[in-house]
Design a protein around this ligand. Sequence first.
Ligand code: PEP
Ligand code: MG
Length: 568
Amino acid sequence: MYTGIGASAGIGIGKVVLVKEPSLEYSNAPITDIDAEKARFGEALDKCIAKTQAMAEDMKTRVGEKEAEILEGHVLLLMDPEMTGQIENMIEAENKCAEASVEAVCDQFAALFASLDDEMFQQRATDVLDIKTRLLKILLDAEDIDLGAVPEGTVLVAEDLTPSMTAGINPANVAGVLTEIGGKTSHSAILARALEIPAVLSIEGIVSALENGQEVVLDGSAGIVIASPDEAVLAEYQAKREKYLADKAALKAYVGKPTVTADGHKVELCANIGKPEDALKVVECDGEGIGLFRTEFLFMDRPQVPTEDEQFEAYKKVAETLAGKPVIIRTLDIGGDKEIPYLGLPKEENPFLGFRAVRLCLKRPDLYRPQLTALLRASAYGDIKIMVPMITCIDEVREVKAMIAEIKAELDEKGIPYNKDIQVGIMAETPASSIMADAFAKEVDFFSIGTNDLTGYTMCADRGNPDVAYLYSSYNPAVLRAIERVIKSAKAEGTMSGMCGEAAADPLLTPLLLSFGLDEFSVSATSILATRRVINSWTMEEANAVTEKAMSMVTEEEVREYLTSVAK
Ligand code: PEP
Ligand code: MG
């Protein structure tokens, strides 16, 4: 058995096709005719741009706009004179052949991106290397592997699955994808999910461990691969696969259904997004709004701060896509695990307890004002609500509200439209916000409970540290009481309460959240229908009984075991 990162759900059963790149060797002898070599590079560049554009178009029609953007990004990189100019300079100044110049310059750019401590930039490094390979193949006339022609029931096994390879995949024939590198947010993972192909990534040595034609089974949720399964294992995975597919089909029945408990108690079911383009998927998955737009992603994957106008366009696009449904947009939440290299923020000894999110924004009006202004301007195009992260004291809320009032007055003066009644709420993700929830409920229009941070801060346990993973659990009675306090304080004041942390999609916690009185659940787009189904399956009476018992327990294990035993 091999284990890796379960990056795209589903059970795959099929035969291995090893995806190995053709040899890209070339002679590195100095060139004599510089102009001819530059012309050869120019031709290859044009071909590469045309090829990438065609791949992007194909991706757009077969997969989706969002996925095509990765390849459109490649086109932009290829058209950017910064990198190609350096390649030409190298041919001219160092008498190097086009292949050697492409390789050296692309490697330099990739190393630069990879050295930045940020997943987005590291992804950029992969993009540059993908472009390098495509250019070299054109220069060397090397055959590309035709992934569109693999037989039905193929499990692709590769070191990495680059966007150029994935673009040609016919999902009807590919039963699974296994790679040696890549994580949950890598492009190969995003594409595998969009194509609904089960995938396990980051499996050490898998390419040399497997042979062409070998049978394998894989579980894309659990991150498990079994090679040459015996009959019993095969039968087990076939049954798992049927169950997974039946389950997925059954979920479709929840499209268009109201989000109500079995006895008719209505709640709102929204989704979390990171990019404006994700909003479309929320609509497709029948989300009732956006419960969290993490705007920090607009600030990452680029060399400088997005302008007020750029932000305005992004927020307006989401508001318009949601066509009047609520859209909660969170203001910049950086620091801690979310870095933006170009802001040059000082290194801190304790970044999670440091100068982050609203603390930083209030000290940096040059960053915060344009964002708040863009949000207010975009509020004329839909039901936008502003949410402030990492709040620990009332003064922060008042300061943000004062800044919003100032901007409103400026917009009034200029005659720029915005929603005068725009709601302002906070993330409840710190112990302080829960302890003081009764006071906050009087100051804000809504809460959204960020259980990812609330769990970490309540238990003093980092979400990424395996040694303290046993403490990082939302089933811990301390975390449950912190959540309960926020929701009940909101109720007492008539303030809306939502939850946008991962716990909102945890079926074991659904009865508790319903019983506490949560008004809005915000989950990933792909969890919308499953969450609606779980909510539909509980009556409030049942949920109240389960909650009473669970809240009388004092250990995480007791709670977890009890909630598992009563899960629907
Ligand atoms: C949270 O903390 O629960 C949350 C939703 O925010 P993030 O995961 O972006 O910190
Ligand atoms: Mg958070």
